[in-house]
Design a protein around this ligand. Structure first.
Ligand SMILES: [Zn+2]
Length: 486
């Protein structure tokens, strides 16, 4: 790892308050200027945020937010928490420009790094420029200043979004290295999936990182029971699955998963209570990471219920915020759109849209679960039965035949990515749910951003992603490190 100090922007915290976020000094590929373009509205927030909770629903297009609200009203007779906060005008709301160093369409590594280190870097990199020059990310900076730090996610804990606040690697797939950096950098609380990057039997270098964490005094938990209840401050690494945690809908309908794997809301509560108990202040990133995966799969069931699980985590975090409103900066956002799903018109006078969407309430398993039971040898009857088990639908034989063709690699679609078997199933399901997707990949949309607490008052109608680095440090009263130009 080289460490060449190139250009030093040389602004201090006072300059930040005067000019807005330092990081906006650097031009990205395109897009929204930083707060530099506008007079800084107010510096009174400096040093006031003892607690920072940064919440990311990964790959959340606008329609995802809206459909989770529709479903919450159906299931629970209440809006989603996120939308309720809008209704109550309890948060500052705007858009965010997530452009990365090389692309209008971000990947999660560069996106999270833009918040985590204040630079727009190349998609796939984690807090590094293309010449392996690292940018120190925000979690180790907070750690150096005596604050507690935490990561919670439904993906592998070493995945791109948590890594973007914590690690420096050239490419995001270097997850064994990311795990080793978590040990070295001593993130206080880590809860999610991804055992394979800690387990000596699976890691490529054979290192036993679990032993390493135990030696440093960490509690290591592999199940919900081993995690237990928070009991004062204590460092903890909880990895509850080999890879990602299950989709919420599959999770809640599979007995052994309910027993062994905590929900995102449960992990969030554990992390907040534990970090708070230290008395030192903290920064915590909470990610609903599989919303993105469901969008990639054009899977409405996975998508809506994982967004609701994220919303449950917002409820937990918001309860904490309400207890410490003057000292807590809370942020709710996403790193990029994905597949732009939405509830589409169906039927004469659009009368079928709602009853079709209502069917999602009866679906007990995701499309991902359906596909796990099918292969190129599956018969039409197998497919009809499998879809029926997961959804209760009377799946038409013509539809099953199309999926069978896709499974055999014989299906063609006008938009090539829609020929993948998973996406063919996603497209077919649109006929039953009225939820449709433009594709199965990330999008360039400006994303939803909501925040409350010290610093949130500075946000305008549109925010540049890199502004968060300086904003969070300033809110926490930590001097912004000297920045290098990437
Ligand atoms: Zn993605």
């Amino acid at each position: 790892m080289k460490n060449s100090k190139k250009t030093n922007a040389g602004l201090n915290r006072r300059d930040f308050l005067k000019f807005g976020a330092l990081t906006g000094m650097f031009a990205g590929a395109s897009g929204v200027a930083s707060a530099c373009a506008t007079p800084a509205s107010n510096g009174n927030f400096a040093g006031r945020a003892k607690y920072i909770i940064f919440m990311v629903s990964d790959g959340m297009s606008h329609g995802t937010l809206q459909m989770a609200d529709l479903m919450s009203r159906r299931l629970h007779g209440r809006p989603s928490k996120w939308i309720e906060l809008y209704e109550q005008r309890a948060v500052t709301r705007g858009l965010m420009d997530m452009t990365t160093g090389n692309a209008s369409v971000p990947d999660s590594a560069a996106a999270s790094s833009s918040w985590g280190c204040g630079h727009r870097i190349t998609n796939g990199n984690v807090n590094m420029d293309d010449n392996e020059n690292p940018f120190e990310p925000i979690i180790p900076i907070f750690g150096r200043h005596g604050r507690k730090t935490g990561l919670v996610t439904t993906t592998e804990i070493t995945h791109a979004t948590p890594a973007g606040f914590t690690a420096n690697v050239q490419r995001r797939h270097m997850q064994d290295d990311i795990a080793a950096q978590y040990l070295e950098r001593e993130v206080d609380v880590m809860l999610g999936g991804g055992r394979r990057h800690f387990d000596p039997d699976v890691r490529e270098d054979g290192q036993d990182l679990y032993a390493g964490f135990r030696d440093k005094g960490y509690k290591v938990a592999l199940t919900k029971a081993e995690l237990g209840q928070p009991n004062g401050f204590g460092r903890v690494l909880g990895t509850f699955t080999e890879r990602h945690l299950p989709y919420s809908r599959d999770h809640e309908n599979t007995e052994e998963l309910v027993l062994d794997v905590p929900t995102l809301a449960e992990m969030s509560k554990y992390a907040i209570d534990t970090l708070y108990a230290s008395g030192d202040g903290f920064i915590l990133q909470i990610e609903g990471g599989r919303v993105d995966h469901a969008a990639h799969s054009m899977d409405a069931t996975g998508l809506v219920y994982d967004q609701i699980a994220f919303d449950d985590a917002i409820r937990v975090a918001w309860d904490f915020y309400l207890q410490h409103p003057d000292e807590t900066l809370i942020v709710m956002t996403t790193d990029h759109g994905n597949a732009n799903p939405s509830l589409n018109a169906a039927g004469s006078g659009y009368n079928d849209s709602d009853p079709f969407f209502n069917r999602l309430q009866e679906f007990t398993y995701t499309n991902n679960w359906i596909m796990r039971g099918l292969n190129e040898d599956s018969s039409v009857a197998d497919i009809v039965a499998r879809v029926g088990t997961a959804t209760g639908l009377d799946f038409e034989r013509d539809h099953a035949r199309m999926l069978q063709q896709a499974l055999r690699g014989e299906f063609q679609a006008a938009y090539a990515m829609k020929a993948r078997p998973m996406n063919v199933l996603g497209g077919l399901m649109s006929n039953y749910t009225a939820v449709s997707f433009t594709g199965s990949v990330h999008t360039a949309d400006y994303v939803e951003l909501a925040a409350a607490g010290p610093g949130s008052e500075t946000l305008g109608p549109i925010t540049r992603n890199t502004d968060w680095f300086g904003l969070m440090l300033t809110a926490a009263g930590i001097e912004i490190p000297e920045m290098r130009q990437s």
